[in-house]
Design a binder for this molecule. Sequence first.
Ligand code: ACM
Ligand code: ZN
Length: 521
Amino acid sequence: MKKIISFFITITVLLMVNLSAQNVSIIPQPNKIEMNGEVTSLKTYSSIDYDSNNQEIKLLAEYLSNSLKETNNVKIEPISSKTVKKKPFIKLIIDEYLPNPESYKLNIERDEITILGKTGAGIFYGIQSLLQLLTVSETSNDTVIPIGIIADSPRFTWRGAHLDVCRHFFPVSFIKKYIDILAMYKLNTFHFHLTEDQGWRIELKKYPKLTQIGAWRREADGSTYGGFYTQDELREIVEYAKTKYITVVPEIEMPGHSVAALSAHPEFSCTGGPFEVINTWGVFDDIYCAGNDQVFEFLQDVLTEVMEIFPSRYIHIGGDEAPKKRWKECEKCQARIKKENLKDEHELQSYFIHRIEEFVNSKGRIIIGWDEILEGGLAPNAAVMSWRGIEGGIAAAKSKHFAVMSPVSHCYFDYYQAKSGEPKAIGGYISLEKVYSYEPVPKELTEEEAKFILGAQANLWTEYMLTTEQVEYMLLPRLCALSEVVWSAKEQKDFQKFNERMKHHYKLLSAKGINYRAPRE
Ligand code: ACM
Ligand code: ZN
C-alpha cells in the first residue's frame, strides 16, 4: 500500500514539475492567466455540452471533439445541453457580457471546463488556448490540463497573413493547412494574392482566357508552370476559413503587376501587346491602360465575380509598383489626363483607383490597397496597407483612413531569418526577435489617430518559395511572434518568455506535421 501511495505521489509531482517547466505555453500570450499549480486529467471527461438551439456552438463542440481525438487521442463526445450528463464535462457558452466580440474566458476546474465567448469566434479562440494547454504526461500517458482561469481579448481587429500564390502556386489542400496555422495562432485575416505578372490564379466565368492563357507560364527551361483555382474551389476555401473564423480578403492587382491578364487580353494594355506571362521576378512596364473605358468595364466584371465568391468587407485592389512609362507614351492615357484635368500620371493612378473604388463601394464593399494608392490623392473610403515603411499608415490614419501595417522592416517573411546558412530567399533580414519587437501603432499618431490602425500582417511573397515546406519554413516561427504583436497586450510582451513558450510550440508544430525554422545559433 505504501508503495502504491508513493507511486501516485511521484506521478503527481512529475505532472506538476512537467507543467511548471512548461509554464503554460499559450501563444499568443493571453491577457490574464491564473493557474493554481494543479492539474486535472482529461481522460475522466465524457462530454462537451453545447446549447442545442445554437448550430454554430454545436459545430464548435464537434470541432473541439475532433481536435481532441486527432491530437491527443481523447474521445469526448459533443452532447446537447438538453441531455442530463455526469461531471466532469466541458461546456461551451455564449456570454454577452464579455468585452469584445473575440473575447473568451476559459475556466478549468477539476471536474468542469467552461469556455465562454462573446461570439462563436471567442469560443473558437478559447478552444485554441485549451488545445495548446494540453500536455501528455510522460509518466502515465495521460492528457492533463492545468487548473485555473484565463481571460483574454485581442489588441487588434486585423490580425493577418498574406500569401502570394502567383509566383508559385499551391494546392487547395495547402491553402487549408495555411488557414489552420493562422487559426491556431488566433489570426483572423487571410490576404489571398491571386493575380500577378507571373500568373492569374482565379477562374473568371466571363473571361475564360484569363486562366486558359494567364495561369500558365513558359519557364526558361521550356517547361510549363502554373495552375489556378476554380470558383468552386475558392468558395470551398472561403467556407473552410469561415469555420476557423478567418476572413479571406482577395487581392486583384491593378493597374500594375498585371502582365498575366494582359497576355490573355492585350487589348487592355496601352500598346496592344503581344505579351507572355512573365517567367522572371521584378516590376514590369506593361500595365492596364487608364485611358480605355473598356479596361474599367473589364475590371468591374472581374470584381463583380470576385465579390460574389468572397464576402469580405475589404477587397484588395493592389495599386503597388505601377511604372508610369506606358501611360506617358499612350495617347489614350494622355487624353484622359487632359479631359479629367489631371496634373500628371500619379493623378491618373489616383483617378484609376477612385473609379474602381466608386464601383466597389456601390456594391457595399471597401477597397484596401498598397500604400502607393496615397499618391495623387487617396480615394475617399479607401484603407491603406502600409508596406514600404510606416509612413503610408501614418498618412492614412492622420487623414482618418484605416490602415493595416505590414512594413518591409518587420513583416516581410520572404526575407532571410538569419544572416547566413539559410535557403535562398529574396534578400533582407528579419529575425524572429525583430518581428517580435514590432509595434504596429506609430508613435507619430495621437490616441485618436491610433484608432485607425486596424492591425498588422505578415506578407509571404513566394518568388523563392517553390514548395509548401518552404512556405511553412518562412512562416514559422515568425508568425508566432507576429501573433503576439497583434493579439497580446503591449505590456505583456517579453521575448525571452516568448522563446521559452516556443519550446512547447516547436513540439506541437512537429506533431502536426508543420515545418518551421528550428532555433539554432
Ligand atoms: C509589395 O511588396 N510590392 C506590396
Ligand atoms: Zn494607355
